[in-house]
Design a protein around this ligand. Structure first.
Ligand SMILES: C[S@@+](CC[C@H](N)C(=O)[O-])C[C@H]1O[C@@H](n2cnc3c(N)ncnc32)[C@H](O)[C@@H]1O
Length: 348
């Protein structure tokens, strides 16, 4: 799972002020000591804490264990669906809503369908079993590379790609290949990909700045970066942290889903700006995903859902048990389902 050290320079992406690390002022050190799971404190986008021990192994284990259950009930897309506000949806609509999420994200980022401008190389960062990788490769006739921490997901996703004739390098324009690798140390050279795609993996990243800077590093000049992720609400001017009950709610979600510190949409914007990324846009889609968790809970409470959960194991059961907390987080305005898109400077 671990990758060899990257040989290429990432510092070219950073503004000169970010290249050297000056000693932390005392107030920042205090802020670092106050960090806890569930929130990134106001100034911590520039000062990430070390990743919690065992985080990567926990994430890999969770998805190794649960991906088969998810696929058998929900199919190959392991992300929220996008619904019209207030829409009541049947099970068949949910799969459509997951595809719509992909299309809405592409439209929001203004990814072109024009044969001369459409993406030809794509990386799917935190690819699950490659639902997005295959969809995007087929849509654009592109070469898609996917990375995940879960060996089970990589193997299953490659099998699905092979079954769809997407792993034959010679025959196909569209090609998909998934591998086990860490998003924070991607096994790709600089400037490779026209489209850098992260659908609901950012929330697992212990260092959001490193995460975004890796996305930017592997993007081709002019390439589009799309991050769709769970955030906590923006802090008010007067706040330095979320409220204790909000922190407590996020902590319970973090423990079950192997999530490190969360950050806010404006933290992502700050990071993207500090990396000199262009055309930075963000939107809150929390209302558009509202039917999703109630539907997942309903499917877990069927005979098939319950028996699959029991067979899968404790991590999966624990994940299912905190699903109502996601609904609570959205209802309280604490959890924000967020899209952030931007472009790497340079010729498209
Ligand atoms: C909720 S799933 C989303 C999967 C996929 N994007 C989709 O929409 O179907 C989260 C994914 O992020 C991956 N992930 C989490 N942390 C990662 C990391 N540090 N490096 C690579 N992948 C990671 C997990 O292995 C998993 O595949």
């Amino acid at each position: 799972m671990s990758q060899p050290a990257l040989l290429h320079s990432r510092s070219a992406l950073l503004p000169s002020t970010s290249r050297a690390s000056p000693p932390s002022p005392p107030h920042l050190s205090r802020t670092r000591r106050r960090r806890r799971c569930g929130v990134v404190m106001a100034s911590s986008t520039t000062a990430p804490a070390p990743a919690p021990a065992g985080l990567k192994e926990g994430i890999a284990g969770l998805y190794d264990e649960s991906s088969g259950v998810w696929e058998s009930i929900w199919g190959d897309h392991m992300h929220h669906g996008f619904y019209d506000s207030g829409e009541a949806a049947s099970m068949a609509d949910h799969r459509r809503a997951q595809i719509r999420m992909i299309e809405e994200a592409l439209a929001f980022a203004a990814v072109s369908d024009d044969p001369a401008k459409k993406p030809k190389t794509i990386v799917d960062v935190g690819c699950g079993i490659g639902g997005s990788s295959r969809y995007l490769a087929k849509k654009y006739g592109a070469q898609s590379r996917g990375i995940t921490l879960s060996p089970v997901q990589a193997e299953r996703g490659n099998a699905l790609a092979a079954a769809e004739g997407l792993s034959d390098k010679v025959a196909a324009n569209a090609h998909v290949s998934l591998q086990v690798a860490d998003a924070l140390e991607q096994p790709f050279p600089d400037g490779q990909f026209d489209l850098v795609w992260s659908m609901e993996s950012g929330e697992h990243m212990p260092d959001k700045r490193k995460f975004v800077s890796e996305l930017a590093r592997v993007a081709a000049p002019g390439g589009t970066i799309i991050i769709v992720t769970w955030c906590h609400r923006n802090l008010e001017e007067s706040e330095t942290s979320l409220k204790p009950d909000e922190l407590n709610l996020l902590k319970r979600i973090c423990d079950a889903y192997y999530l490190p510190d969360w950050c806010s949409p404006s933290d992502y914007v700050k990071i993207a700006k500090s990396l000199s990324l262009e055309d930075i846009k963000t939107a809150d889609w929390s209302e558009n995903v509202a039917p999703f968790w109630p539907a997942v809970i309903k499917s877990a409470l069927t005979w098939k859902g319950l028996t699959s959960l029991l067979k899968a194991g404790w991590k999966t059961i624990r994940g299912a048990m905190v699903m109502p907390l996601m609904i609570e987080g959205y209802k309280k305005g604490l959890i924000k389902f967020t899209i952030i898109t931007c472009r790497k400077p340079g010729a498209a």
